[in-house]
Design a protein around this ligand. Structure first.
Ligand code: MLT
Length: 316
């Protein structure tokens, strides 16, 4: 059986039950995925995604003030009383290093929680594409879950899903069985970027990708808020080098090259095993714990997570 690769252009297209035995990449290029990756790159210990603002405030109160940063947005705007908004570059090492980020956004964290029963979740965005590809190679059931923007498709997410589909199809060694949305996303990526490059167009520069992202629904919202720089921050793709005459194949990370920045949100009880396995393989990959018993129980009592499932996101 060939491995399966599904794209879901919106979370509601994916039945959570369908995600359970697969690996899910949660994609909200503008901006939640990108911001989570920036935060962890800046040295944050972990990100706890929350559905509601009140829930985020309540979870943050479980920490000493110096251990926690409240971050996120509603309608794209900084939430009153929160430490940080949803701009990737706000998450600077001196503000978030060593801290827990309690994070809530309009669409991205909702998509993340939609996938919480998956075997494994990675956070995907242009800034960590190579790391995500590396993590996905060899997986036989992959779901790329786009957050969209308030129930509508957002082309930034679909474009990235198309890039990932294309990269996996080229590097995966055997053809994936793609759903219709994956085929469409891949066509969109090829049409806009890969084929022009193969035909000798300029390499994919952040400014060029940012221009395209500005046209997406999420991009238009950010432009209206004067947040153009956030779009550029999200458009720093791994550098492409042309390995053969036809297509970009070899990738090396320009801004995030020193790290593996794929992230995991893990179910607590499988976590310990995975930490051990990963550490055995490579001391530089630290795979992440989802929650601790006490917190999980308290959250469950408070009704803030369903059925004993606590999620945290950390760098692996
Ligand atoms: C979201 O999660 O809804 C987005 O990140 C929206 C935004 O860009 O602020």
């Amino acid at each position: 059986m060939p491995p399966r690769l599904n794209v879901f252009a919106l979370p509601q297209f994916a039945d959570p039950k369908e995600l359970v035995d697969g690996v899910v990449v949660v994609i909200d290029v503008l901006r939640a995925s990108t911001t989570i990756i920036y935060a962890l790159e800046a040295g944050a210990n972990e990100v706890i995604p929350c559905r509601e603002v009140a829930e985020a405030r309540s979870i943050a109160q479980d920490f000493f003030p110096e251990e926690v940063v409240l971050g996120g947005e509603r309608d794209g705007v900084h939430i009153e009383g929160f430490d940080l908004g949803n701009s990737p570059e706000e998450y600077e090492p001196h503000l978030v290093g060593g801290k827990t980020i309690v994070f809530t956004t309009t669409n991205g964290t909702q998509a993340l929680l939609h996938a919480k029963n998956a075997k494994q979740i990675y956070i995907g965005a242009f800034v960590n594409v190579s790391a995500v590809v590396q993590k996905l190679l060899g997986e036989d059931k992959i779901h790329l879950l786009c957050a969209g923007t308030e129930g509508q498709f957002s082309e930034d997410d679909i474009l990235f899903a198309g890039m990932l589909t294309e990269r996996l199809s080229r590097q995966g060694g055997m053809p994936y069985e793609l759903n219709a949305q994956a085929i469409t996303a891949r066509e969109m990526w090829l049409h806009q970027f890969a084929l022009p490059q193969a035909l000798g167009a300029e390499p994919l520069e952040p400014e060029r990708l940012a221009k395209q992202l500005q046209q997406s629904l999420g991009g238009k919202n950010l432009m209206a808020l004067g947040l153009e720089d956030d779009i550029l921050a999200a458009a720093h793709v791994d550098d492409f080098a042309i390995d053969d005459e036809r297509m970009p194949m070899r990738v090396h990370s320009r801004r995030f090259g020193a790290f593996v920045v794929a992230l995991a949100v893990e179910f607590f009880d499988v976590q310990i095993l995975r930490v051990a396995v990963e550490r055995g393989k490579s001391p530089s990959h630290v795979l992440i714990v989802a929650g601790d018993d006490e917190r999980e129980a308290r959250q469950r009592d408070a009704g803030s997570v369903e059925a004993g499932r606590a999620v945290r996101t950390r760098r692996i």
